[in-house]
Design a protein around this ligand. Structure first.
Ligand SMILES: Cc1ncc(COP(=O)(O)O)c(C=O)c1O
Length: 454
């Protein structure tokens, strides 16, 4: 890896062209945007910035580049498809690639999930889930079912419907009022034993005949890789069935190998009524998202509704579809699901071994290639950090040290502070150990600054 030069400080005073013109996503105005890294290229698990610094991409872009960066196979497939048919919509007509992709997804999706609706992002996928649930119940003669239950702290996207599902008040506050009929229950970290019962209580409070769907991630991302108790999903499945409520897995992060399975939910031995997906379906080489629904839902809609009253110009885009098919082929050809299963133990062990030397670490948790290290926001003597100190030490020291060490990952504090890892599925033992090693150095520095005894 290259020596890290001038990281986080662009060094010269030359203004970065475009920095005044580009609005970044979820990036505080208080940060100096002209000093943020400019990532220019990528290869495998690594990316390089415009100064030649190389980093392990420990977050796979944003839980996305499953097959790693720099895949010429995907570029070639995209170029071929652009030459053959660069664009055509999925409105009232077919084109071969979205047909092939839908057929492929029905082969790999769990249980009887067999009909796909394609969109261009995870938020749109969640939006589609809400509309499918509501229209399905109307088509099924239960028009009064419209309410949606999801979990506190969970992130499900930014469009107004997906944001209404999201359980993060600060993400919603600037845009209130949001949609009606969205309820949030404790997640499995907040109440491990009672979290499934809380869903039943919310349905009963509904009352049940007004509740359309429960939407949950297989492993909740926000809050830091919240792996549910082993019986959680089967209990929720049973509760939803008993009350006639649809169970939705939002697998925007967890699908396409992140947990070592095609849709993530297989790890919990449950078949939902629908699953959303996005990100990893194309490894991010082109935007795509979608929803797969079960036979009962697609049959009811076909029989009782004039059409699914929803669509978008780019849904099922031929070039995105072609890239998705090749991405799935790569995952299969290179045995990447197996790689994740084979190495998840190593990754977890490395993180736990590293954490054992750091009293500041509260918990290491995760599954597949999706892990979080939770840290205590307090000094070595147990004093809680004030907000400015927290910003200085956690955001400042940890984020800087990780980047200087050559690791891009996420320092997240939607709930308790966590460092999150989600490398490409091609990562080998060495890369996973390096991720733990760089985190080790960052935590050593943090503990030194906060007066922990070494
Ligand atoms: C579980 C989940 N759902 C939905 C979304 C929204 O996806 P997008 O950013 O593609 O709109 C995300 C994004 O991270 C997500 O993690």
């Amino acid at each position: 890896m290259d020596v890290m030069r001038g990281l986080g400080e662009r060094g010269d005073s030359t203004p970065l062209p475009g920095v005044e013109n580009l609005m970044l996503h979820f990036t505080p105005y208080a940060e100096d945007w002209s000093k943020l890294p400019v990532i220019v290229s990528g290869e495998g698990c690594y990316v390089t910035d415009d100064k030649g610094n190389s980093y392990i991409d420990g977050l796979a872009g944003l839980f996305t580049t499953q097959v790693g960066h720099g895949r010429s196979e995907l570029a070639e497939v995209a170029a071929r498809q652009m030459k053959e048919l660069g664009f055509f919509p999925n409105w009232s007509m077919h084109h071969p690639r979205s047909l092939e992709l839908a057929a492929r997804i029905s082969e790999i999706a769990p249980g009887d999930l067999s009909s796909s609706f394609f969109v261009s992002s995870g938020s749109e996928a969640v939006e589609t889930v809400i509309k499918l649930a509501r229209q399905y119940h109307k088509a099924n003669g239960e028009a009064e079912r419209y309410k949606v239950i999801s979990r506190r702290v969970a992130y499900h996207g930014t469009t107004m419907g997906a944001l209404s599902v999201t359980g993060l008040p600060t993400f919603k506050a600037p845009f209130e009022p949001l949609l009606q009929g969205f309820y949030h229950v404790p997640n499995t970290q907040q109440d491990p034993e009672g979290a499934a019962d809380a869903i039943e209580e919310a349905i009963e409070f509904g009352p049940p005949e007004t509740v359309a769907a429960v939407i949950l991630e297989p492993v909740q991302n926000a809050g830091g890789c919240l792996v549910p108790p082993p019986d959680y999903w089967s209990r929720v499945r049973e509760i939803c069935d008993r009350h006639g409520v649809l169970l939705v897995s939002d697998a925007v992060i967890c699908a396409f190998g992140r947990l070592g399975e095609w849709f993530g939910i297989e790890r919990f031995d449950v078949v939902p009524d629908m699953t959303s997906f996005a990100k990893g379906v194309t490894s991010g080489y082109l935007p795509m998202g979608g929803v797969v629904v079960n036979e009962k839902m697609s049959a009811t809609l076909r029989e009782n509704a004039p059409m699914f009253m929803h669509g978008s110009t780019f849904g099922g885009h031929p070039v995105s579809s072609a890239v998705a098919i090749e991405n799935i082929n790569i995952i299969e050809r290179e045995g990447l699901l197996k790689n994740v299963h084979d190495l998840e133990g190593h990754f977890g062990d490395e993180l736990r071994r590293m954490a054992a030397d750091h009293p500041i670490v509260k918990e290491v948790r995760g599954m597949g290639f999706f892990w979080a290290v939770e840290v205590n926001p307090e000094r070595g003597d147990g004093t809680p950090l004030k907000d400015e100190e927290y910003q200085k030490y956690f955001k400042g020291v940890v984020s800087r040290k990780l980047l200087e060490g050559g690791l891009i990952c996420r320092f997240d504090d939607k709930e308790d502070p966590v460092i999150q890892f989600s490398p490409a599925l091609v990562a080998d033992k060495e890369i996973l150990s390096k991720i733990a090693g760089i985190t080790d150095d960052a935590l050593t520095e943090l503990e030194r600054e906060l007066g922990y005894k070494s």
